[in-house]
Design a protein around this ligand. Sequence first.
Ligand code: 5AD
Ligand code: SF4
Length: 471
Amino acid sequence: MHMPDLKEARIRTNKEVLTKKASNLKSNKFKNKKYFLKTYGCQMNVHDSEEIKGILENLGFVNTNILEEADIVVLNTCAIRENAHDKMFGFLGRVKHLKKAKPELLIAIGGCMPEQESIANLLKEKYPFVDIVFGTHNINDLGKMILENNHKQEIEVYSIEGDIYEGMDYVRDSKYSAWVNIMYGCDKFCTYCIVPYTRGKQRSRKMEDILNEIKELKENNYQEITLLGQNVNAYGKDLNLNYDFATLLEETAKIGIARIRFVTSHPWDFTDKMLEVISKYPNIMPYIHLPLQSGSNNILRLMGRRYTKEEYLTLFNKIKAKIPNVSITTDIIVGFPNETEEDFEETMDVVNKCQFDSAFTFIYSPREGTPAALIKDNIPLEVKEKRLQILNKKINEYSLMNNQKYLNKTVKVLLIGESEKDQNKLYGYTETMKLVNVIAPKSDIGKIINVKITDAKSFSLDGEKVIFINN
Ligand code: 5AD
Ligand code: SF4
C-alpha cells in the first residue's frame, strides 16, 4: 500500500525523469467481461481515460455504457473544485448498491482525487468496497493491479512524479481528432490550484517521441491533433535541450497533419516566436485558450499568476493583431478571497475589452493543501453567485456577438460525428473551434468540408454543406 502525501507532492526534486516503454499487459482473464468507465474533469483526464481503456481492453474487457452490466467500474476523477468531489462520492453511492448485489464486481478509482491525502484516507476508512485505488503517476500499473486483485482494497498512490511512458495502446474516442500529450504535471503553483500536487512536477516528452506519435496518427488518417499539457508554452523547459514549444509546434506543422491545436497556454510563457510559427503555418488553427483568471492586479498577485491586467491585455492585442480571425477563449474565477467589488469590476473591464469568444467561469473553491486555502474565504456565497451571474451574462452576450459574425459565411468544418440532438445533422468544429451542427451526408464524417453558416447561437452555429463556393 502507498498513500499520497501533499507535502511530498509539493517537492520538486532533480530526480531524472526516465522514459520507459508502457507495459501494455495482455491477458485473457477477463475475456468478454464488461467495463464501465466514467471520466470527470479536463482534457488531460479524457486522454488518460483513452489509456485506461487500452489497458482494460488488453485484459479482455469490452466497453459498456450500462452501469448495471459492468464487471468492473473505473472512475477517473477530478479534484479541481468541490463539485467534482461531490459528484464522485455521489456516484460511489450508486456503485455501492451494485456491489451488494454482485460481489464479484471490481471497483477502481484513479485520477486526481485519490492524489489528495484526505480522499485516499477516506476511501481507506469509509469505502472498503473500492477494490483498487491508483493515482495519476501509475496508470501504467493498473493492468497489473486488476489482474492481481483479490477483492481486498489495494491503494497505490504516489506523490512523487512518475516516469514518462511511451507506446501506450490507447483506445481513442475519435478516429479523426486525437489528443497528444506533450508534457505532464505543472510547476506554476498558482495559489488556488491543486494540479501541481495531483499531477506533480512538469515533465516534457522528448520531441522525437511526440513527432513519431503524430506521424503515426497522420498515417492512420487523423485530420486533427491537439497538443496537450497543463501549460504547453513551458514545454521543454525541464529538458535542458535546445528546443521549446515554438520548435515543437513548427516541427508538428511540417508533418502536414490538416489541423493542429494546443491547450492550455499560460499568458506568462507566451513568446513572440510562438506567434510567428502560429501565423506562418495554415495548419496551426487560429484558436487560443488563454486563461485570464482575474482582471484585478491585486487578485492576480494573490493568485500567483505572474502577470498584470495590462500585460494580459497587451498579449491579447498582440495575438489578435498577428493572427487574423483568431478566436480566443478564457477561464475566469470569481469570488477569490479578498475580491472586492472594484476587483470584480476590473475583471469585467477585461471581459468588455477582450470580448472573448467564450469562457469557462467558476466560483472559487478552496482546495486543501494549496496556499490560497489558508487565506480566509471572506466572500459570502450570495456575492460570489451574483458575480458569476453578471459575468456569465456578459460572456454569453459576447459569444453570441462573435458567433453572429459567421452568419452567411462559408467556413471549413471538420465533421466529428452525428449530432446528439438532431439525428439528421452532423456536428463538427470550425478552424476557430466553434461547434457547428451541419446538414451533410453521413459519409462526410471525418472530412473537412465547406459549410455555410445559417444560424448563430451563444454556444453553437448551424450550417449546411456547400459544394461550390461563390464568395
Ligand atoms: N477554484 C475554482 N476554479 C479553479 N480552477 C482551478 N482551480 C480552481 C479553484 N480552486 C479553474 C481555473 C483553471 C480551470 C481549469 O479551473 O480557471 O484555469
Ligand atoms: Fe484535470 Fe485538473 Fe481535474 Fe486533474 S484536477 S483531472 S488536471 S481538471
